[in-house]
Every structure is written in structure tokens, then in C-alpha cells.
Design a protein around this ligand. Structure first.
Ligand code: DHB
Ligand code: MG
Length: 215
């Protein structure tokens, strides 16, 4: 079948197909279900189950031991990535909201990962420099305040090892990537920095996921 539509970006991902493929490939156990069920009062802006599973698989593929995450929310993606690491691996995850970090730490402990995942509370711009000493890192996953993606991208390029991964969620910026706005410019700068420093792609997840392998 010469399906030109799919190469042009047409989506066949109906809700039913997504539910089926998530169930088959990316089913949640109790700990992932707990971390995915964001409590009332906290926005449910975590990655989806298939993206979370992709993070897990990418960490395995790159043999990640040391990972930085910017934007913990309540720990769903940190658990996915933490599970992919060897026992002596570590995820340093940064969360701006104390309330979110409190829930994240509980979810991470319930997943048995309290030793392997550290949640740091603060702004990414303040906390990242305190992590320099643990680098170079095998992977950095950016999923936080979009206005600072250019800054986070620059830090990631400096602190990820050659052959390591730089990942950025929401790379389509909710459809606003090309807008003449501060966030649009910051996100485009992120794309362009990663493309310059890595072999990269923007994978067409629902809101775009930049994947770069550092050159
Ligand atoms: C928002 C942030 C995210 O990282 C995301 O994946 C979806 C939404 C938000 O700030 O609204
Ligand atoms: Mg996101």
C-alpha cells in the first residue's frame, strides 16, 4: 500500500488503538499506576504511557547509569527511567513545586527506587549547576518550564557524554513552536542547539519529542 498520507503526517492513532498498544507494550504495574494517577490539585501533565515506556527503552539502549531529569512532577518518568538503570545507576530529578516533589518521593519509594532516584526541589536554572559534579551524564530528559528550554539544552550539551542522550518533551510547544513569542524562540533555540551538537530527530509523539545523541 503506497500510503503517502502517513509520511505527510496523517495520524492513525485513534483512542482505541492507543489504548490497545499501550496495554500490549506499556502496561502499568502497581507502582507505575500509582505514579501516573496524579492527585487532585496537581496538573496531570506527565508523559503518556508509551512515551514513558520509550524513555525506559532509550535508557536501556544507551546503557544509561547517570541521568538528569528536569521536571519531576510526581515521578512517573523518573520511575520509568530509574528502572532501566543498573543498581548503581542514579537519576537526579529536579522539581520546582515542593508539593509535587513530596508526592514524587512517595511514588519513587513505593517503586523501590528511593536509593536510585533523588528529587531536588528548586528551579532548574539553580539546581542544575549543583549537579555538575556528578557528570558527565549518560542522558538528560527535559520536561519542565518551556521558557527555559534553551538554557536546559545548553546545560545538557555541556554535561552529556559523547554518545549520550538529550531528550526534550513538548518539542512542538503545544502547537506554538513557530510563534513569535519568548517561549517559541526558546524552544526553537533548543531544537537548533540539539541539532548542532547531536545527531537528532524530533519524533512525532503527540507534542513532539526531541531525541539527540551527542556528537
Ligand atoms: C504542560 C507541560 C508538559 O510538560 C506537558 O507534557 C504537557 C503540558 C503544561 O505546562 O501545561
Ligand atoms: Mg511534557
Amino acid at each position: 500500500m503506497a500510503d503517502n498520507d502517513s509520511r505527510a503526517g496523517a495520524r492513525y492513532a485513534t483512542p482505541e488503538i492507543l489504548t490497545y498498544t499501550q496495554k500490549i507494550h506499556a502496561a502499568h504495574d502497581a507502582a507505575l499506576a500509582q505514579a501516573f494517577a496524579v492527585p487532585d490539585g496537581i496538573p496531570a501533565i506527565q508523559v503518556g504511557p508509551s512515551e514513558g515506556r520509550l524513555l525506559y527503552l532509550l535508557m536501556k539502549l544507551v546503557g544509561a547509569k547517570k541521568v538528569v531529569e528536569v521536571g519531576t512532577l510526581v515521578g512517573y518518568s523518573a520511575i520509568q527511567m530509574g528502572r532501566a538503570l543498573p543498581a548503581d545507576g542514579h537519576v537526579w530529578s529536579i522539581e520546582f513545586e515542593q508539593k509535587h516533589a513530596d508526592v514524587a518521593r512517595k511514588n519513587i519509594a513505593a517503586a523501590g527506587l528511593a536509593e536510585r532516584v533523588t528529587v531536588h526541589v528548586g528551579a532548574g536554572r539553580d539546581v542544575l549547576p549543583t549537579l555538575d559534579k556528578h557528570g558527565p551524564f549518560d542522558a538528560v530528559f527535559i520536561d519542565a518550564d518551556k521558557i527555559n528550554y534553551d538554557h536546559y539544552g545548553r546545560w545538557a550539551v555541556e554535561h552529556v557524554r559523547k554518545g549520550g542522550l538529550i531528550l526534550g518533551d513538548n518539542a512542538y510547544l503545544f502547537g506554538e513552536l513557530l510563534e513569535d513569542s519568548d517561549r517559541g524562540r526558546a524552544m526553537r533555540s533548543f531544537h537548533e542547539q540539539i541539532a548542532a551538537a547531536c545527531e537528532s530527530v524530533c519524533a512525532p509523539t503527540p507534542d513532539g519529542l526531541v531525541i539527540g545523541i551527542k556528537k
